[in-house]
Design a protein around this ligand. Sequence first.
Ligand code: 9WN
Length: 457
Amino acid sequence: MTSLADRPVRPAPGTDQALRRGATGVLLGNWTGASTVPSRTLYPHQWSWDSAFVAIGLRHLSVRRAQRELESLFAAQWADGRVPHIVFNPAVPEDAYFPGPGFWRSSRAGHPAGAPPAPETSGIVQPPVHALAAWLVHRADPDRSRRRGFLARLYPRLTAWHDYLLTRRDLGGGGLAAVVHPWEPGTDNSPCWDRALARVEPAPPDAFRRADLAHGRAADRPTDLDYGRYVRLAADYREAGYDDRRAAHGFALEDPCFNALLIAGEHALAATARALGRDGTPHTARADALTRHLVTRLWDADAGLFRARDLRTDTLVPERAVTGLVPLIVPHLPAGVAAALRATLTGPGFRAPATGLVPSYDLTGPAFDPQRYWRGPAWFNTAWLIQRGLRTHRLDTDAERLRRAVLTEAGRTAFAEYVDPVTGTPRGARHFSWTAALALDLLCDPGTPGTPDTPVP
Ligand code: 9WN
């Protein structure tokens, strides 16, 4: 293991060697042998979009290990194409994380929907960052990737994953993928979900026991009432056999971040197909159609950002969140959209007093909370995505400012899970894997000024 830490990473000129060593140490410490836990304490299993972000950083340390990270996740893919949001490590005790494998019961309850007999997984999904991650891992060492047949093996799995989202999850019939649980967009406790969640009858408090409060401060984490609703939604889905055609889906929204990542993923699949000697145009066509639907259904020109659409009321949710800025990663936005997003990003709602990272929710919004999970704190993965988007649209000065903020804040906070945007205090877990991975990525791959940094070669 330690030999990896000693292996020379190709850092950009003038990089901070201590930061590099720190990030490497986090990724080595959180590696379990086949994948990386987000945090040894709070999240002791494998999470879906965490693994994709981790692979993007790991490729600078060990391409082989980055490949394994994604391969171990896709080994737990269901036959219907879904990639579960958690893959449980059987060696970890049931009570180390709630809800654990005993709650989800994927191998039995999910059997009709195509859950594998092993490993146990959750039944919901997370944002599709994987095709982009696989492409970036391939690009880190294309010869080695080809020798191992990495893309050739992953490509059918990635297309099945996107097919699932574009068919079973097009619950609004408008060509976008819907999320059916607040854990699916990855921004669990965002005020964007409040109204839809308020319609859900919470599970009684004595029906479950939270494990997160043993490791995280109650003021940082979701409330018990929200947890009761999370449990109810997940249990209802489980009772419907995780079958999207049977499930009532009391919570169904189209999230701009989730769908923007799907678009970036389709562009990455187009590049992947071409690298495999196949036709990339079906993926490009899909990406173009998705981009049109994203703009038609979720763009709010007056607010200068994308909003989530609640499919139960067929209305846009009024909340302004960082997820509405992430579509900057979409390469072909209509004229004026990227400039409007940049104006919102640098305006009073998202310019934080104590960090160069982007707050998860509008600083001036009614539900803003600087400490609580996705209701204000600034996260590193959204900053990474937005800096990539800024570069895609040749907004290099802003991109560089954000890249530097990721590096500074990752080092200053001991790779915190998130940061209070008002005081700069680190919050949540420390030695958090995607914070380390994405900082490492921006150290080693600062992007080329003036060049659109899209996944397409
Ligand atoms: C539920 C692992 C995950 C991230 C999510 C983040 C948090 C879990 C939790 O941790 O969610 O999936 O228990 O709160 O919100 O984005 O993937 O790091």
